[in-house]
Design a binder for this molecule. Structure first.
Ligand code: DGL
Length: 263
């Protein structure tokens, strides 16, 4: 392949929300997506385990024609973005973290919530992010790992999912927030249900747009931005390819063929 690929990695299918944002902004870029479904959820693993998995995947991708890696997973990013960079040569790596800074800038009430996996919510990284950028705000930092399963099963709408989301977001019920940060890449696929549950007074913020713009900036700087041509999209999973294909099709609302990768 003459054109080099962007690689997008997640523990599962959540990173497809980042894939979607990159495709929307950079329609000529070819992308290889890797979902580590066989080792999902990362949130329940140790830091050492998550780091080992991500590094294995990054090194696997480095052998393909990859020009940039996006860790499209907040959990994996907070677990060791610097570690991945230190152990990889000549390959830019971009991570995804909850957009706490943006929320602090736009919240008129100076009061917002961040939902993320339990790992991210409890991490030093997240606490530092809140302290650094949202010191003057009331921030509800809520771990909601069990929303990940709903997305992984492809159930992102309907009455049952709504009841589940309602239960998970119950701690936000009487809070006076005006923004809700989606701090896990799986959650944008539940955005319509979440919006319905929190009501119109609360705006949702996710990381997709910011990550895609960051990717564009890095590619522009290295003069490797693809400006013409038809892109190729490759989807890999360490899990069950058939099931992952089915779910990806539901999430992205397009035909997706996922191939099994032994990583
Ligand atoms: N998609 C991942 C994130 O953004 C979390 C899923 C998991 O726990 O594996 O944090």
């Amino acid at each position: 392949m003459k054109q080099k690929l962007i690689a997008v990695i997640d523990s599962g299918s959540g990173g497809l929300s980042i894939w979607q944002a990159i495709v929307a902004l950079l329609p000529h870029e070819s992308i290889v997506y890797v979902g580590d479904h066989a080792h999902l959820p990362y949130s329940e693993k140790t830091t050492a385990y998550i780091r080992r998995r991500i590094l294995l995947i990054v090194h696997f991708l480095a052998k393909l024609q990859v020009k940039l890696v996006v860790i499209a997973c907040n959990t994996a990013t907070v677990a060791g973005i610097d570690y991945y960079r230190q152990h990889t040569q000549n390959l830019p790596i971009i991570g995804v973290v909850p957009v706490v800074k943006t929320a602090a800038e736009v919240s008129k009430k100076r009061s917002f919530a961040v939902i993320a996996t339990n790992y991210t919510a409890a991490s030093r990284y997240q606490h530092d992010l809140i302290k650094k950028y949202a010191g003057g705000c009331n921030v509800i930092n809520l771990g909601c790992s069990n929303l990940v399963r709903a997305v992984e099963s492809g159930h992102v709408k309907g009455a049952r999912v709504r009841r589940h989301v309602e239960k998970v977001l119950a701690p936000l019920k009487n809070s006076d927030i005006d923004y809700l940060v989606l701090g896990c890449t799986h959650y944008p696929f539940l955005a319509p249900v979440i919006r319905d549950v929190v009501g119109s007074g609360v705006q949702l913020l996710d990381s997709g747009g910011a990550v895609a713009r960051h990717v564009r900036r890095v590619l522009e700087q290295s003069r490797t931005l693809a400006k013409t041509g038809r892109p190729k999209y490759l989807f890999l999973t360490t899990g069950k390819a058939e099931k992952v294909s089915r779910v990806a099709q539901v999430l992205l609302d397009r035909k997706i063929h996922v191939t099994k990768a032994n990583i």
